[in-house]
Design a protein around this ligand. Structure first.
Ligand code: EZ4
Ligand code: CO
Length: 402
């Protein structure tokens, strides 16, 4: 079997997605997600101009060899653009392998380790009351875990809080929006939200919170300590992880579990964090961390060090990525939690998929391969639209330096 074609499809059914579709001489096809929010066309060009020519004529069964060939062959290692492009190829090859074998991809990864993939939803609002009523909506839908984000009194807008609810999308506009940030206001307000949430929903519901890299280690330590009475399932991205050493300081001060990794793109971004047990959950995902092959390598390292998975699953990761993530989630021993923000109807139309949600769990498709595809005619009806993620400024106008 040989690869005879690979198409890069850019579409915007509500938000931008980049998808790679690999075609073989036997007519079997595979898809991979290559979406990098706000920088989509860089990955599309990387694939079209530099990767697709290398794929033509290759044997699609050689997944590991192709991964090494693209990674080592680039010379310029890692980075989100390169690793998203490699991820798309890798994901599409697993899809093809599953179809050839007549098995869903999770069976090729060792089979089911659990019955369903526990997911968490996003409850966000301008006020505590609004957030709590969003949490109640998820609880009614059967969710066992919810991430809470609230507007901060005195700040006009906060990243992660928006008017859109189930389909929240932070990227928009031909120029980045500006959010204003105050660490003091945030730190003094945050515990109030979780005190109320515990009061209202009791001890069983898993409560999560995303700091979006806004704090220094000592500030994050203070936040973690102040949230200890409310037993969070995790505190996400407390500090920017460019400085892995920073997590040691947080760890010395608080027992609030720490999750990080949505912006990581390789095992080298988290090897020290995992080996030194400085985190509890690693949030790397299929599309931004080199595909199923590399993600499994990260999760295997994590398993040796009692770190569980918690893959990113925001709406800027397409249903192709979600389908692939679920095959990984259901099969690995150290699964923790999967983020699940629902896609819009337009996105679901462009990406028909066989995974489904029921009672707090997602279930991977039982079809051979990943069980997801792209409807290229539908995709063509939604042309690319420029959109940027927002920028944070402090109250005096400084771009927030972390
Ligand atoms: O900000 O996916 O945990 N989820 C998140 C997301 C990210 C967006 C960035 O593109 O932090 O909402
Ligand atoms: Co996050």
């Amino acid at each position: 079997m040989k690869i005879v074609d690979a198409r890069v499809i850019v579409t915007c059914p509500g938000r931008n997605f980049v998808t790679l579709k690999i075609v073989t001489d036997e007519g079997v096809t595979g898809v991979g997600d290559a979406t990098l929010n706000g920088r989509e066309l860089a990955v599309a060009s990387y694939l079209r101009d530099h990767v697709v020519p290398l794929l033509i004529g290759r044997d699609p069964h050689r997944i590991e060899d192709t991964w090494q060939y693209l990674f080592q062959g680039a010379y310029w290692r890692r980075g989100p653009v390169t690793m998203s492009a490699i991820a798309a190829v890798d994901t599409a090859l697993w899809d093809i392998l599953g179809k050839v074998a007549g098995l869903p991809v999770y069976q090729l990864l060792g089979g089911r380790s659990r019955e369903g993939v526990t997911v968490y939803g996003h409850a966000n609002g301008e006020t505590v009351e609004e957030v709590l009523s969003e949490v109640a909506r998820y609880v009614d839908l059967g969710y066992r875990a919810v991430r809470l984000q609230c507007g901060v009194p005195g700040l006009d807008s906060t990243y992660g809080v928006s008017g859109d609810k189930m389909f929240y999308e932070p990227a928009r506009g031909t120029l980045p929006e500006v959010n204003v940030w105050s660490t003091e206001k945030y730190l003094s307000f945050a515990p109030t939200l979780f005190a109320r949430a515990r009061e209202e929903f009791g001890p069983d519901l898993k409560l999560l919170h995303d700091v979006h890299h806004r704090l220094t280690p000592i500030e994050a330590a203070r936040l973690g300590k102040s949230l200890e009475p409310y037993a969070l399932y995790w505190m996400e991205d407390p500090v920017p992880a460019d400085l892995q050493e920073g997590f040691r300081l947080i760890r010395e001060h608080t027992t609030t579990p720490i999750a990080v990794g949505e912006v990581f793109n390789s095992i080298w971004d988290c090897a020290d964090l995992i080996r030194d047990q400085l985190i509890d959950f690693i949030r790397t995902t299929v599309v931004h961390a080199g595909g199923i092959t590399h993600l499994r390598r990260i999760f295997d390292l994590a398993a040796l060090h009692q770190v569980r998975s918690g893959s990113h699953g925001a709406t800027d990761l397409s249903p192709v990525c979600m389908a692939a993530a679920l095959h990984v989630d259901i099969s690995i021993p150290n699964f923790g939690l999967q983020e699940y923000m629902r896609h819009t109807d337009a996105t679901d139309e462009v990406f028909p998929h066989g995974y489904h949600y029921a009672d707090g769990y997602l279930f991977p498709s039982e079809e051979p391969g990943l069980g997801v595809d792209i409807d290229e005619e539908a995709a063509a009806r939604y042309p690319y639209q420029q959109a940027y993620l927002p920028v944070n400024r402090l109250e005096d106008g400084t771009v927030h330096p972390w």
